[in-house]
Design a protein around this ligand. Structure first.
Ligand SMILES: [Zn+2]
Length: 303
């Protein structure tokens, strides 16, 4: 009788064993781009979810209760940083009550620490003017070199938290870099087309993409990051477009296209809606596809 019970327990624990032994790291990311790169590196050793969607403005995400639940059980919270998530992250972290993912915790991962940041403000930081980039420009994932840096950061943190799978994280990360390198070779001629071409960007989110592609941003539709264009600013943009022969207004799907169309009507410039993130257009399901799509759309628009 005792033996039978023991066998029963043994059988039950064996049935559970694969799930328990696997012990996948639970990773939550703020954006779809971080989510995709985390998955590339973590493979089947992690489970990952993301808070924002690729078609949403990452500065302004609604803090839903379901996100709190995801964060409550997370081993890793990876976010873009530089205050991109300042409007919604603190309330979610407070609600989650998970010491692992709070500042100083083992799973708190500020991804901006891995990249060189553009547009770091000089002198005093002044948010009163509506600048949503008080610590520097947070849209750094739109440069493949930073994509690689993000992947290496995930590898380092996953390895630290889960050393038994270090070899897998290393192999996955190298495979991701190899695929990205190969993809980049495929779009070199498009980069050559883009290089030096004058464009207007809506938000400074395209600064890193410009550094990478060589497109020359001659004006921003926003007078300051996060501040919508005033009539007087628009007048200046129109003059700049006429003077430089700028080819396209590059903008995310969540900004006001009507305003861009107004500039287009006055100058003949094209309006080019580009997704800034994975999932920003249906079917763009991974980081490499996103970069390929944006490069090719831009090359076609400025050709
Ligand atoms: Zn921004």
């Amino acid at each position: 009788m005792i033996r039978r019970i023991t066998y029963g327990l043994l059988a039950a624990s064996l049935a559970l064993a694969p799930r328990v032994a696997q012990g996948q790291l639970k990773v939550v990311t703020s954006t779809t781009d971080l989510y995709d790169i985390a998955r590339e590196v973590g493979g089947n050793k992690i489970t990952a979810t993301h808070i924002g969607e690729g078609y949403q403005d990452p500065h302004f995400i609604e803090a839903k209760p379901s996100f709190v639940l995801q964060l409550r059980n997370a081993d890793v919270w990876a976010f873009v940083g530089l205050d991109l998530e300042i409007g919604w992250m603190p309330v979610l972290l407070d609600g989650a009550r998970n010491p692992k993912i709070r500042q100083g915790g083992s799973g708190y991962l500020d991804v901006s620490t891995a990249v060189p940041v553009l547009d770091r403000p000089q002198g005093n930081i002044d948010r009163s003017m509506g600048d949503v980039h008080p610590l520097g420009n947070p849209h750094y994932w739109l440069d493949p070199e930073n994509g690689r840096r993000i992947a290496r950061l995930f590898k380092a943190r996953f390895t630290q938290l889960d050393p038994s799978n270090a070899a897998t994280y290393d192999a996955n990360e190298k495979a991701f870099e190899a695929r990205l390198n190969a993809a980049e070779k495929g779009w070199q001629s498009e980069l050559a087309t883009i290089k030096g071409k004058p464009v207007v960007a809506w938000h400074t989110s395209w600064r890193y993409f410009a550094e990478y592609t060589g497109m020359n941003i001659v004006a921003f539709m926003e007078p300051k990051p996060g501040v919508p264009p005033s009539p007087s600013h628009l007048y200046e943009v129109i003059q700049t477009v006429k003077r430089t022969g700028a080819k396209a207004i590059v903008m995310e799907p969540f900004y006001d296209r009507k305003v861009a169309d107004l500039v287009a009507k006055q100058t003949g410039i094209k309006v080019l809606i580009l997704p800034p993130s994975v999932g920003g257009v249906k079917g763009l399901d991974d980081y490499i596809q996103l970069m390929k799509y944006d490069v090719s759309q831009l090359a076609t628009a400025v050709r």
